[in-house]
Design a protein around this ligand. Structure first.
Ligand SMILES: C[S@@+](CC[C@H](N)C(=O)[O-])C[C@H]1O[C@@H](n2cnc3c(N)ncnc32)[C@H](O)[C@@H]1O
Length: 261
C-alpha cells in the first residue's frame, strides 16, 4: 500500500458531502438497508461471489492480508455481518480476541454459526455502529469492510478513532467511487445488472430487489480511494496508506494509525 493523501477533501467539503449523503439516503439507511440484511444472510457469501464474478473472495483475502496482528491483540470488527473478516483474522492469528458489532441480528446469527463451525470464538454485539459501546482506547485494531457506503462517516469514523488505542490501526475496505468517470459509468451499469441477476438467482425479497438502484447511487455519491484517505486525515488518523484494486479504484483498501499524543 502507498502513502497517499490528496487533500482535495477539506473539512467544509466533507461536511457538505456527508450532509448531502444523509439527505439522499437517510431513509434507505434506516428503513431499507436493515430489511435487506434480514434477507441476505442465507445467500450472502455465494451471492457476493456471483455478483462480483468471483472477485469478492479475492478482495476479502487481500484485505485480511493488509492487516498486521500480534498475539493478544483486541480487535473490533465494525459492521461485522457474517464474520467473514473476523473468522479469517482469528485463523491468521489464533491468539487475538475479536469482537463483532453489527445491528443485524440475522447477519450475526449467520456469523456466529460460521464461527462455531470453524471452532473459533467471536464476541457479538447487536447495535447500530454510529455510537460504539466501548470506553476510549479499547482496541489495537479496528476493521470495517464492505459497509462504509451505508454509514454516516462524520459520526462513525470519530467513534472508531475514539475507541482505538493510541498506536492502533484502523483498516478499511469497500467498493468506492472510481477516479475515472467512464469506468464509474461502466461499473455502476454492471453492478445494477449483477445485483439484479443475483437477486433473481437467490430469490430475494421485493425490498432487496427495490434496493438495486441504491447500491449504485451510494457509490456515485461516495468517496474515491484518495478522497477517503483525505477523510481519514481530517478525522485525525496518521500514516494513512491506501491501495486501489482493479480499474482505478472500484475497490479500495486503507490502513491508518492513531498515533500516540
Ligand atoms: C455488506 S455487509 C458486510 C458485512 C461483513 N463485513 C461481511 O463481510 O460479512 C454490511 C453490514 O453492515 C451492517 N450495517 C449497515 N449499517 C449499519 C449500522 N448503521 N449499524 C450497524 N451495522 C450496520 C449490515 O447489517 C451488514 O451486516
Amino acid at each position: 500500500m502507498k502513502q497517499n493523501v490528496s487533500s482535495s477533501i477539506t473539512t467544509e467539503i466533507f461536511e457538505q458531502r456527508e450532509k448531502h449523503r444523509r439527505s439522499l439516503f437517510s431513509n434507505v439507511w434506516s428503513q431499507m438497508v436493515p430489511k435487506v440484511f434480514k434477507d441476505v444472510p442465507r445467500y450472502y457469501r455465494p451471492g457476493n461471489i456471483v455478483a462480483s464474478l468471483g472477485l469478492w473472495e479475492i478482495w476479502v483475502w487481500q484485505f485480511v492480508r493488509t492487516i498486521n496482528l500480534l498475539p493478544q491483540y483486541q480487535v473490533l470488527d465494525v459492521c461485522a455481518g457474517t464474520n467473514d473478516v473476523g473468522i479469517r483474522l482469528r485463523k491468521k492469528e489464533p491468539l487475538i480476541s475479536v469482537t463483532a458489532i453489527d445491528r443485524s441480528q440475522e447477519m450475526q446469527i449467520e456469523g456466529q454459526r460460521r464461527a462455531k463451525k470453524t471452532g473459533l470464538q467471536i464476541a457479538s454485539i447487536i447495535q447500530d455502529v454510529h455510537e460504539l459501546p466501548f470506553p476510549d482506547s479499547s482496541f489495537d485494531v479496528i476493521t470495517l469492510q464492505a459497509a462504509s457506503r451505508h454509514l454516516q462517516l462524520d459520526k462513525v469514523l470519530p467513534e472508531i478513532f475514539r475507541v482505538l488505542k493510541p498506536g492502533g490501526f484502523f483498516y478499511h475496505c469497500d467498493m468506492l467511487k472510481p477516479n475515472n468517470p467512464v469506468v464509474e459509468w461502466l461499473y455502476l451499469r454492471f453492478l445494477r445488472i449483477s445485483v439484479f441477476m443475483t437477486s433473481m438467482i437467490f430469490g430475494s425479497t421485493e425490498t432487496t430487489r427495490k434496493c438495486n438502484g441504491y447500491f449504485g447511487d451510494a457509490i456515485h455519491h461516495f468517496y474515491t480511494t484518495d478522497e477517503f484517505s483525505d477523510v481519514l486525515q481530517l478525522i485525525g488518523f496518521s500514516n494513512i496508506k491506501c491501495k486501489r484494486s482493479i480499474w482505478g479504484g472500484m475497490v479500495g483498501f486503507h490502513a491508518a494509525q492513531k498515533v500516540s499524543i
